[in-house]
Design a protein around this ligand. Structure first.
Ligand code: GTP
Ligand code: MG
Length: 398
């Protein structure tokens, strides 16, 4: 988080011992323990990204969901006792819980309860740097909280507070809370519309004739690393949701096969996707993801060495459809193949013959990506505005 002077401040969770948490997931009738185990491992990564220390995890077998406590009161109490033995203060649940269920589990266990959406929102809140990202995340948080308001004063009081906040006679506390939240949602949406217009103007101001390409994919796959490999800029981090804001950079693609002139593309890095990405976030990130929607092509980056590759690809395909990009031309880049053995690479190529096997760290596969991008540029060069330095050139007489 940036301080008033733009200085990097240490987040509070870095200065104290991280909060210990205990992870829970429902093992439904059709689920396998290994699949739910992978989901819990990912939830642990999310908890770490939110500054917490996951000290234990448990799968709660439950064929039908319990309306009140989701996992059933007995199971919840046993899990809470295991959590307390490990000094965990928070139960983090992989499943989407209703406000009533969070309340019921909190009441039954005395522990703080967070569901997956709440956890992802918390990470986004801590990471959002630009005004646009902050507005989008706050909008998603308000949309998440609105149906969960329980009549307790929220942080919103300070933001919209002032004269006339407490409603007219007969308005209950919860009605006041809902009204304040709705007002805030209205303000945030208005602000976003303005920021979207600014972004659109920036987009139109870009050099015409350059293909625009977006890097998309599961979080932590190596999108930013590939941006760095293609353009020389980008700061990869081993962390879920390291990137929230879109950055666009110019990538050199090589010489045009016909004219021999250097060719470029504009490559945008974007926020990563994840299983059960909260729909409030997808909706709120529409303007950031607008960059993806208006791109001419997509580089779909995946961690080719992940045992969950197929699930990741499924989530990416679904999310792309949700944001209206189902038909965009795309190249699948299976990254991180340096972590595979030779036979594993051969098997991966067999399963995905159209994909480029890549390693963003060594640059393996990057020339193939450039070549694919180069092919996107249609035949004869499109007319374009000369750049400032070109206009200043005087043609030598002779
Ligand atoms: N071994 C190996 N590690 C890689 C490769 N590409 C990226 N990484 C590492 O994977 C981690 C995530 O990389 P990023 O480029 O930040 O991933 P991202 O997709 O941008 O992730 P988010 O922005 O968090 O969604 C970093 O620690 C990278 O160094 C690769 O080809 N091989
Ligand atoms: Mg990134």
């Amino acid at each position: 988080m940036k301080g008033p002077a733009g200085r990097q401040e240490t987040p509070p969770h870095m200065t104290q011992a991280p909060t210990r948490c205990y992870l829970l997931a429902r093992l439904g009738f059709h689920d396998t323990p290994s699949l739910i185990g992978e989901h819990l491992a990912e939830l642990g990564e999310l908890a770490r990204a939110a500054g917490m220390d996951p000290v234990g995890r448990e799968q709660l077998r439950r064929a039908a969901v319990d309306a009140r406590t989701f996992y059933g009161r007995g199971q919840v109490e046993r899990a809470a006792s295991a959590a307390r033995n490990l000094q965990a203060a928070v139960l983090v649940c992989d499943d989407d819980l209703s406000g009533g269920q969070v309340h019921a589990i909190t009441k039954a266990t005395g522990l703080q309860v967070m569901d997956r959406t709440d956890l992802i929102l918390t990470i986004f809140e801590a990471r959002a740097q630009t005004q646009e990202a902050r507005v989008q995340v706050e909008l998603a948080r308000c949309e998440y909280e609105l149906p969960r308001l329980k009549g307790a004063w929220t942080h919103l009081e300070r933001q919209v507070g002032g004269v006339g906040v407490r409603g007219g006679p007969g308005e209950t506390q919860i009605e006041v809370d809902r009204r304040i939240t709705r007002q805030r949602i209205g303000q945030l949406k208005k602000e976003l519309r303005h920021l979207e217009r600014v972004r659109e103007t920036q987009r139109q101001g870009r050099i015409p004739g350059l293909p625009r390409v977006s890097l998309v994919g599961y979080t932590n796959a190596g999108k930013t690393s590939l941006l760095l490999a293609l353009t020389g800029e980008g700061e990869p981090q081993d962390m879920l949701f390291a990137t929230l804001d879109t950055t666009t950079r110019r990538a050199w693609l090589g010489a045009d096969p016909d004219s021999g002139r250097p060719r470029h593309a504009l490559v945008s890095d974007t926020v990563g996707f994840i299983r059960k990405l909260p729909h409030q976030l997808v909706a709120a990130f529409r303007s950031t993801l607008g960059e993806v929607r208006t791109a001419e092509a997509l580089l779909v980056v995946a961690d080719g060495a992940s045992p969950d590759l197929d699930e990741h690809l499924g989530v990416v395909a679904e999310t792309l459809e949700e944001i209206g990009c189902a038909g965009h031309p795309r190249l699948l880049v299976l990254n991180q193949v340096d972590r595979l053995t030779r036979p594993q690479r051969i098997e991966l190529k067999r399963r995905h013959p159209g994909a480029v096997l890549a390693c963003a760290l060594t640059g393996e596969g990057v020339p193939e990506v450039r070549e694919w991008l180069l092919d996107l540029i249609p035949g004869p060069p499109r007319p374009r505005e000369p750049e400032a330095w070109e206009k200043d050139q005087t043609v030598p007489a002779g």
